[in-house]
Design a protein around this ligand. Sequence first.
Ligand code: ZN
Length: 246
Amino acid sequence: MRYLILSDIHGNGEGLAAVLAATAGQYEQILCCGDLVGYGPNPNEICDWMRETVPAVIRGNHDKVCSGVESMEDFNPFAKQAASWTMQALTAENRAWLAQLPMGPMQVEDFHLVHGSPRHEDEYVIEGYEAGTLRDELRAWLTFFGHTHLQGGFQYRRGKLIVLGGPHADEERVTFTLDKNDGYLINPGSAGQPRDGDWRVGAAIFDSKDLTVELLRVPYAIEETQRKIRQVGLPTLLADRLSRGV
Ligand code: ZN
């Protein structure tokens, strides 16, 4: 089966549309590692589409806060402002749907989806040393994760930890062939607010038969997203940061 893996869409309708256009016909099912809303101007559009299209979705920290499952006290001021805006923008139906999303890990075939890490749904896995501490916590040979908005991941090969990167600025895709004797933590990248210095939105295609993962980056109508962010009254910093991919 070929899967399109999405994460951290954060209400960015143009980001999601660009990923779907660039990957049309290249997968059979979509999976999502959470954070559908928060920061971006189109939370309802993302939820409506997700409810209809994607059977396997786990919750992210913004989904919890924006649906009232968790308080926003740990959020920074801009995330708080965005969460308050999103809470009042969401329809009652979408808010209720977000509130019932399951926590990861979620098993699909023999691999897992988590939002933050296999140890805790809100843990950030950024550096190799953090990934190193998770070696004994992996509950599947392959785990897709999000939360950091940093595309790439980690391969546990016997005693070694190998860092996997996404495409460079002049590339659209990189492909890895996986080995089931190894362990993997792979982040498909953010389809709504990348933070690795590349403004293009990210996603992954996993082929569970050929054991390949493609990490891809796609340009999108960023000015339109930025215009909407300003228009609805979200903090302008949330528009500006998209250009820099931070
Ligand atoms: Zn996120």
